[in-house]
Design a protein around this ligand. Structure first.
Ligand code: GLY
Length: 357
C-alpha cells in the first residue's frame, strides 16, 4: 500500500503523508540531526519511536502527553530545552505524540528565536485527522482551554496508521468523533465515504485507517488553504465544538474525551439546526445517529448522563465560557446540509434550555 500525499496549499505549502511507513518520509526530508529537536510523548515514543529512523541521536524531550502538558510551565521547559540544545534559527522541532504534543511543540517552535520550523508525527487518531494539520497551536490558561496560542503551519505531517494500533479505547473514540464532524463539514461525498468505511473501522485495518485519515486531511487541507487564520470558512471545523466544550467543562476536563463530546455536540447542533428551520433534510439526523452507533459513539446527552454529571445549569455555565462568541453570547455552527454550514449563529435561551434539558 502506498503512502498518500496531500498538499496543504498555505503559504508556504506543505505535505501531509498518510499511510504505512509515512514516518520514514521524515528521514527523507534531509534533516541534519544537529538541527533537529524531538518533542515526544514518552509513551508513544517507547512504543513507536524506533519508526523515526535516523533521528535516534537527535536531542529529545519526552513528556507525559494529554491536556495537562499544555501549561505555561511546560512551554517554558520546552523552550529551555530548545535553547540548551543550541538550536539555530534553521532548526526544526519534530513532535511525536497526540494533539497536546503538536499543540505545545508547535507553539514552542513558533516562539523560539521568533519562529523555527516544526513537523508533526501524530500518534493518535484525533491528531492525525485534525489536530496536527492546519497550524493551530495552544496551551491552556487558568481560565480556559487553548486560550494562548498561535497559527504556525508545519513544514510536513507524517501520519502512519501503524502507531494507532496501541491506542486506548477512549482515544480511538475521540478520533472517530472528530472524523464524524469532518465528514459532515466535508460534504456529501465525505459523509458517504465515512458511512462506507465505518463497519470496517473497528477492525483497525491499516488500509481503512489510511482512507479515513486521508479523507479527513483532504477536507481540512481544502478549508485551511482557503482560510488559514480562521477568519471565515475555517470556523466550520468548529461544528459541535461549542456544545462539546460546555460538556467537557461541566463534566470536568479530561472526564469525557474531546472527540466523544464533539460527537454529542454534532447531534445537538443538528437538533438545533432542525429546530431553527436551517436543516434542509431531517433524514440527516438519522444518518448521523446510525453512524454514531456503528462507530460506538454516543449520540445524545442521555448517553453520557449515566456516567457523568451534566446538569443543564452546568452546561449553560459552560456555554457562557465560549471563547468564540461575545461574553455570555455563545456562537454555534449549524448545518443546512453536509458541506453547507451556517457560521456564528446565536441561539435563544429557551431553545438552549430545551436542547440541554
Ligand atoms: N480543529 C479545528 C481547526 O483546526 O480549525
Amino acid at each position: 500500500m502506498s503512502v498518500r500525499r496531500i498538499e496543504v496549499q498555505t503559504n508556504p505549502a506543505y505535505n501531509v503523508y498518510v499511510g504505512p511507513s509515512a514516518l520514514e518520509k521524515v528521514h527523507e526530508c534531509g534533516l541534519q540531526k544537529d538541527c533537529v529537536f524531538v518533542l515526544a510523548d514518552e509513551k508513544a515514543w517507547s512504543l513507536h519511536g524506533k519508526a523515526l529512523v535516523g533521528l535516534e541521536a537527535a536531542p529529545r524531550l519526552e513528556i507525559t502527553g494529554g491536556e495537562d502538558a499544555k501549561t505555561l510551565a511546560q512551554l517554558g521547559s520546552v523552550l529551555d530545552a530548545l535553547t540548551a540544545s543550541g538550536l539555530s534559527r534553521a532548526s526544526t522541532v519534530i513532535t511525536f505524540g497526540g494533539g497536546s504534543i503538536s499543540d505545545l511543540g508547535g507553539l514552542a517552535a513558533s516562539l523560539y528565536k521568533r519562529g523555527i520550523d516544526v513537523m508533526h508525527c501524530p500518534t493518535t487518531l484525533l491528531a492525525q485527522v485534525d489536530a496536527a494539520v492546519g497550524g493551530k497551536t495552544a496551551i491552556n490558561l487558568k481560565l480556559g482551554k487553548n486560550l494562548a496560542g498561535t497559527v504556525h503551519q508545519p513544514r510536513g505531517v507524517f501520519a502512519d496508521p501503524a502507531v494507532l494500533q496501541s491506542l486506548p479505547v477512549e482515544e480511538w473514540a475521540s478520533g472517530l468523533g472528530e472524523a464524524l464532524k469532518t465528514a459532515l463539514v466535508g460534504g456529501e461525498a465525505s459523509l458517504k465515504s465515512l458511512e462506507m468505511l465505518s463497519p470496517e473501522l473497528t477492525r483497525q485495518q491499516p488500509e481503512t485507517l489510511s482512507a479515513l485519515v486521508a479523507d479527513c486531511v483532504q477536507t481540512k487541507a481544502r478549508i485551511v488553504a482557503e482560510d488559514p487564520s480562521e477568519q471565515g470558512p475555517r470556523r466550520a471545523l468548529n461544528l459541535g465544538h461549542t456544545f462539546a466544550h460546555a460538556i467537557e467543562h461541566c463534566a470536568g476536563y479530561g472526564a469525557i474525551p474531546h472527540g466523544v463530546a464533539v460527537a454529542v455536540g454534532v447531534s445537538l447542533a443538528l437538533e438545533a439546526s432542525a429546530a431553527m428551520g436551517i436543516l434542509e433534510n431531517g433524514g440527516l439526523i438519522e444518518r448521523v445517529n446510525k453512524l454514531q452507533k456503528t462507530l460506538g459513539l454516543p449520540s445524545s446527552l442521555a448517553d453520557l448522563r449515566g456516567r457523568h454529571d451534566l446538569e443543564p445549569e452546568g452546561l449553560l455555565a459552560g456555554l457562557a465560557q465560549d471563547k468564540k462568541g461575545a461574553v455570555n453570547k455563545p456562537e454555534f455552527v449549524l448545518v443546512r446540509k453536509p458541506g453547507d454550514l451556517a457560521l456564528g449563529v446565536g441561539m435563544e435561551g429557551s431553545l438552549l434550555q430545551s436542547l440541554l434539558g
